[in-house]
Design a protein around this ligand. Sequence first.
Ligand SMILES: C[S@@+](CC[C@H](N)C(=O)[O-])C[C@H]1O[C@@H](n2cnc3c(N)ncnc32)[C@H](O)[C@@H]1O
Length: 154
Amino acid sequence: MKIRRVFAIASHETFRIKPINQFIKRTVGFEFVDPFPYPYQMDALNYLDQYPKSSVDAVVLDPPYSDHQLIEMYKKAGGFSILGNPKYWAQIKDKTAQVIKPNGLVITCGWNTNGLGSGRGFTKEKLLIVAHGAQRNDTLVLLERKNNSLELYG
Ligand SMILES: C[S@@+](CC[C@H](N)C(=O)[O-])C[C@H]1O[C@@H](n2cnc3c(N)ncnc32)[C@H](O)[C@@H]1O
């Protein structure tokens, strides 16, 4: 996996952070499924349910990075199905793995590098570490590709 580390000022609008914006454009391009937009629109699982199996080329998952962040930053924005609900994350990942075409790409932003993982048929290709200075958490931007050989997954 290729790893790069850069510095950028933090923003709750992740895609406006320049190196993250560039990373997304250079890897998945301009067209991708975005289940966690800002501001909140609808529940991400219901949103992903609209897509048939193996129908999309790219998904970018940019959820609240913790329960604390969800409460602090997005409390007016709905979406509380996530709060204290670890099963929700597994469902989001399973659903994402299903809707992506073989060879398709998933970017996951957050504070860990778990991503969808090999168990769901994905290979980690690139990791962008965006440091924000002081005691702030870095933003980790992980690119994974769905393996061709596991087409039958899901
Ligand atoms: C990190 S922000 C996304 C920022 C966005 N990518 C941008 O660059 O502007 C996470 C978003 O997920 C929304 N959200 C929270 N729970 C959600 C849920 N269950 N389904 C869909 N969106 C949710 C929050 O309201 C917030 O807008």
